[in-house]
Design a protein around this ligand. Structure first.
Ligand SMILES: Nc1ncnc2c1ncn2[C@@H]1O[C@H](COP(=O)(O)OP(=O)(O)O)[C@@H](O)[C@H]1O
Ligand SMILES: [Mg+2]
Length: 263
């Protein structure tokens, strides 16, 4: 990693750092990433550098797989939807959202980093989260203004979304993950029957509750964000943009967590 081109103070008090490699790759690292490492919350060794060497080594392996279009240990396929595919880097808790031929902007990183900060500021119940966003890599394409974009963030289990539960799982892997993660808690062995129905209803109800809480919190703090509207901050609160996980210990009476993604 070469020169730091910029330290950027953002209006929510966080600081992003920017790099440009000699090969033209642009890198942004959020302060949330450094915070996570400092607190020992990640399984990446903090060596005091902005981007730890152990993490760079993981990225390096990942990149080789990416370039030869391989999946494997260093690039494990998790799931995809229309625009992006999501991969885990080895057995770390780092995930990468790959988007090809994307417009160059950093809107998603900006909003997701901000949302993470706001959930805390607004004292939203702790079962509603956003994955910590570590940063972003942009590889310029031949066509001007277009990039392959890689959004680095906390990986949340196997990417099961509210849509997969309420509607239908996208694929066999997701179906298995639902049974594996929730079956023993809600007593179902297949995605059918009364027990699955009541689990499904719980997620359906909670999904509405979550949106309601976010809207309320936003309205209460509206004066602090004159330049944001609810829907410019939360652009896409669809069922498919919430990952659902099980809480081993209920949080504020909730057995499940909702993770906001892809805003
Ligand atoms: N932080 C994450 N941890 C685990 N899986 C994720 C994460 N973010 C996204 N995914 C998985 O990747 C899929 C696509 O990601 P998303 O950002 O919603 O892209 P798209 O624009 O294609 O909808 C999601 O449906 C989810 O299954
Ligand atoms: Mg999505």
């Amino acid at each position: 990693m070469d020169v730091i081109t910029n330290h950027e103070s953002r209006d929510d008090g966080s600081i992003w750092k920017r790099y440009k490699t000699s090969t033209g790759i642009e890198v942004v690292v959020t302060s949330a990433f450094r915070e996570v490492m400092r607190n020992g919350q990640s399984n990446i060794v903090d060596d005091g550098k902005d981007i730890p060497s152990s993490f760079l080594r993981l990225l390096h392996k990942y990149r080789k797989d990416y370039e030869s279009n391989r999946t494997g240990d260093s690039r494990r396929y998790i799931a995809s939807w229309f625009e992006a595919s999501f991969f885990a880097i080895q057995d770390s808790n780092v995930g990468i959202r790959e988007e090809k031929h994307a417009w160059q902007n950093e809107d998603k990183l900006d909003r997701m980093d901000r949302i993470q900060h706001l959930l805390e500021l607004w004292a939203i119940p702790r079962w509603i989260h956003a994955p910590v966003h570590y940063g972003m890599l942009k590889i310029p394409q031949m066509r001007r203004w277009y990039y392959d974009k890689f959004l680095l963030m906390e990986k949340v289990d196997w990417g099961v979304t509210a849509f997969d539960i309420i509607d239908e799982p996208r694929n066999e892997n997701i179906r298995k993950s639902i049974i594996h993660e929730f079956g023993w808690v809600y007593w179902f062995e297949a995605l059918e029957g009364d027990n699955y129905e009541s689990f499904r209803n719980e997620i359906r109800k909670k999904y509405i509750e979550v949106k309601f809480m976010l809207k309320n919190a936003f309205d209460q703090h509206r004066d602090q964000f004159p330049w944001w509207t609810f829907s410019s901050l939360f652009t896409d609160l669809l069922q498919r943009n919430f990952i659902i996980t099980h809480n081993q210990t209920p949080i504020g009476n909730s057995k499940v967590s909702f993770w906001i993604i892809d805003q």
